[in-house]
Ligand binder design. Structure first.
Ligand code: TMP
Length: 397
């Protein structure tokens, strides 16, 4: 049974940055109600009504995974590890974005699957075989006919975007060789509860996974989890290693340990999620109180990163240009546009935070270390970051 525990109010599609603001555009902007459910049967946490993926993953998809140094390094490291551990002759990536993972493989070794046409074009141009499609059973059968089985399927920050997980895992089951592996990583619900990072809920994050939930779900497609990693990426992610039921892999101790930890954290109890919802409401109250206090002093606040996550915060807390003058973001195709829902202008960083800025809200808090390094001068001159996780706070020099 699905039980609602959190209501994050009316939200826009996070990727729908507006190119201009006028009455007609504002009237046409799409909003949906973002509420979150816990499934008592399989422990999965999901949005109660996902948006149609065709509205989200278009040929204007803004996010470029290769924009962040942290992510570049992380993909380089994981591709090296996977090659060493599994020695794949043929690999595939689901949700290959702009090729940040693919680039660590030879062109013959890897197949890309990416439904956003603007991104699929990038990897195609670079010479990678790219299927500009959603990951489905139909596609997996098409690929199997041409390339036989796959030794490795990898996916980062994509599987949690897909409403129908049964279809995903069935397609994996079709594609993998007998001893092939499916490795995927996505934001972790355990970290969300710990960090109070409710901004991990937005239209694209249809689900937030735990080991408990994914163990149950893969079983239905004759798959099993044999290893797991907890990661710092994106403010706390989980990486699953999945194989066919009859394959050679033994279950690592990490799997058993994490299961125990998740039960201790109460990830299998509805009341844990209700308590979290109370903390979310407090976070909103605290953030608004802090922003009002700063504005009363006549100070200037910007947002560092026009991230998808910050769209959830700004729309849930009703924070617009009365608080945040503008957002800076390194992503070229976000610059010159306006954030969805609250219409905050987005500018290029142009060498960093400007001298007349007193506070920067960390819209990209998951890259705080990278940002602090870049913005040493801002901090040294007394500038402060506003961060809402794990509690609303200021970060100074
Ligand atoms: P993400 O958490 O969805 O990856 O979004 C982070 C956003 O922050 C993305 O649009 C890029 C932006 N960003 C900057 O503008 N400057 C930075 O230094 C970093 C790390 C990210």
């Amino acid at each position: 049974m699905k039980k609602i525990f959190l209501n994050l109010l009316k939200q826009p599609i996070t990727n729908s940055y507006l190119t201009k603001i006028n009455n007609r555009v504002i009237k046409k902007e799409f909003f949906y109600n973002l509420s979150v459910v816990y499934n008592t049967d399989n422990h999965l946490v999901s949005l109660s009504k996902p948006v149609n993926p065709k509205m989200q993953f278009t040929d204007k998809y803004a996010h470029r995974a290769s924009q962040s140094l942290t992510m570049l390094k992380s993909f380089k490291k994981i591709s090296k590890t996977l090659k060493k551990r599994f020695k794949p002759k043929k690999a595939l990536e689901i949700g290959s974005n702009d090729g940040v993972f693919l680039k660590n493989f030879k062109k013959k070794e890897i197949i890309a699957v990416e439904p956003c046409l603007n991104l699929a074009r990038i990897t195609k141009r670079k010479g990678y075989l790219t299927y500009p499609e959603f990951w489905t059973k139909k596609l997996s059968k098409k690929i199997l006919k041409k390339h036989k089985g796959l030794d490795l399927i990898y996916s980062a920050n994509t599987i949690c975007h897909i409403p129908n997980l049964k279809e995903v895992f069935d397609a994996i089951s079709i594609s993998l060789n007998d001893n092939g592996v499916f490795v995927f990583e996505d934001p972790y619900i355990g970290s969300v509860l710990k960090m109070n990072s409710y901004d991990q809920f937005y239209d694209e994050h249809v689900h937030l996974f735990s080991l408990l939930s994914i163990s149950k779900l893969v079983k239905k497609s004759k798959l099993r989890i044999f290893d797991v990693d907890l990661l710092n990426t994106h403010g706390g992610s989980i990486r699953f290693y999945v194989c066919k039921n009859n394959s050679k892999f033994n279950i690592s101790k990490r799997v058993l340990n994490l299961k125990t930890k998740e039960i201790k954290q109460g990830l299998n109890k509805f009341r844990t999620y209700l308590k979290f919802a109370k903390r979310v409401k407090k976070s909103k109250d605290d953030l608004l109180k802090l922003l009002k206090k700063i504005k009363l002093k006549g100070k200037k606040i910007i947002s560092y990163g026009a991230s998808y996550k910050s769209a959830t915060i700004f729309n849930y807390c009703n924070i617009g240009t009365e608080f945040i003058d503008y957002a800076i973001d390194t992503t070229k195709n976000k610059q010159g546009k306006f954030t969805p829902g609250k219409h905050i202008p987005i500018k290029p960083p142009n060498g960093g935070i400007k001298d007349n800025v007193d506070y920067a809200f960390l819209g990209a808090w998951n890259f705080v270390n990278e940002i602090k390094k870049k913005e040493k001068f801002f901090l040294k001159r007394g500038g402060k970051f506003i961060c809402h996780v794990p509690k609303v706070k200021l970060i100074g020099f």
